[in-house]
Design a protein around this ligand. Structure first.
Ligand code: PMP
Ligand code: GLN
Length: 386
């Protein structure tokens, strides 16, 4: 194995899902829903599968999906992308992120990201021979997560190539405010760097959040330098389909396409028309999806609080983070390894998403994208924890 990949073992999600399978624990670790997405989408996929959509689709994705992606961004965010040249279909957001970093970073270039960061970021940056420059999100007294503006400013330097921004943010559930985004935008322009935004949770911002979701590309001067990434997995509860997309100015999208050609070439032929159908679903679908998850967030947060955790209320995503100190926990990794035995529940230690291990040492993440009866079961188990 090459040196640059040696620090990366089995992903924490695979490790924790295997632990759940082995112990029979309720798996609130890896983030995947336990129900299927919209019936219209599933029917469209079955139809495509039986009507000859089983060979290589066009390189950038089928026209119907590229059009649906463009239309969706106009409808929800007022963003304009030409489906021909400014939209690329990818094998999930994961491939779009990897291809973007490989396309834009020379070895030694620096990528600024907020920690805790999604695990594939560090690996993709390493694959490119680039260097990550994390800026830490700290829990605040108000129960949110925030970064020190001076730390962000200090992270920029002559080798900075891009900022990789995830909002709504996994694992914290933070939704970056317009003020925070404005600072990021100003620094990107001052230092002439690109932004790559991971917005896979764009439709999961709860009604009591302090801020609505604001795509960075909507800020003045940012469309031109932002590659915006999202995917169907979260919004349509089909994480196994791996249909994602990247949108941005033609020069950026064409650079990413160059790399994607040689990673997977194309992907998901019969699933692409189905995701096009899903993207065009009426607002009722999106509102119902969000409301359902908000109710489950409240259900799990209340259960965690009753069990003795200090819950940091997420404003978005389908994850809740909690501090284990009041339960006598000192280290999230140890805590999560012993949790199945203590009470039959699996969670993920957020520590593994930080370079600054101490910053996340006492935080663990629970996924609430599960049926209410599963969350009830998990809460009942947690309440027996000793
Ligand atoms: N980014 C974030 C922040 C995620 O949480 C996930 C996945 N769960 C991904 C990217 C990957 O998305 P996909 O499954 O579409 O590759
Ligand atoms: N994004 C999912 C999570 O954060 C997991 C995806 C994966 O297993 N790679 O739980």
């Amino acid at each position: 194995l090459v040196h640059r990949m040696r620090p990366f073992g089995t992903t924490i999600f695979a490790e924790m899902s295997a632990l759940a399978a082995r112990t029979g624990a309720v798996n609130l670790g890896q983030g995947f829903p336990d129900t299927d997405g919209p019936a219209e989408m599933l029917a469209a996929a079955a139809e495509a599968l039986h009507s000859g959509h089983n060979q290589y689709p066009p390189g950038p994705g089928i026209p119907a999906l590229r059009q649906a992606v463009a239309e969706h961004q106009r409808r929800f965010w007022g963003l304009d992308y030409d489906p021909n040249g400014e939209v690329l279909v990818t094998a999930g957001a994961t491939e779009a992120i990897a291809a973007a970093i490989l396309a834009l970073c020379e070895p030694g270039d620096e990528v600024i990201c907020f920690e805790p960061y999604y695990d594939s970021y560090a690996a993709s940056i390493a694959l490119a021979g680039a260097v990550r420059r994390p800026v830490t999100l700290h829990p605040t007294a108000a129960g949110r997560y925030a970064f020190d503006p001076a730390a962000l400013r200090a992270a920029f330097g002559p080798r900075t190539r891009l900022v990789l921004l995830n909002s709504p943010h996994n694992p914290t559930g933070k939704v970056f405010t317009r003020d925070e985004l404005t600072l990021i935008a100003e620094l990107c322009q001052e230092h002439d760097v690109y932004a790559v935004t991971d917005e896979v949770y764009e439709h999961l911002v709860f009604t009591d959040a302090a801020t609505a979701h604001v795509p960075l590309a909507t800020l003045p001067g940012m469309w031109e330098r932002t590659l915006r990434i999202s995917s169907a997995g979260k919004t349509f509860s089909c994480t196994g389909w791996k249909i994602g997309w990247a949108s941005g100015p033609a020069a950026l999208v064409s650079a990413v396409t160059r790399v994607k050609q040689f990673l997977t070439f194309v992907n998901g032929a019969p699933l692409q028309p189905a995701v096009a159908v899903a993207l065009a679903l009426p607002d009722d679908y999106y509102n119902g999806f969000r409301a359902g998850l908000q109710a489950r967030r409240d259900q799990l947060s209340a259960g965690l609080t009753a069990a003795g955790f200090d819950v940091l209320n997420p404003e978005g995503t389908y994850f809740v983070t909690a501090d284990i100190t009041r339960l006598g926990g000192r280290d999230g990794v140890e805590f999560c390894r012993s949790l199945p035995e203590r009470c039959g529940v699996v969670a993920v230690p957020t520590q593994v998403f930080y370079d600054d291990v101490t910053a996340g040492q006492r935080l663990v993440r629970f996924a609430f994208c599960k049926r209410p009866e599963v969350l009830d079961d998990a809460v009942a188990r947690l309440s027996t924890m000793r």
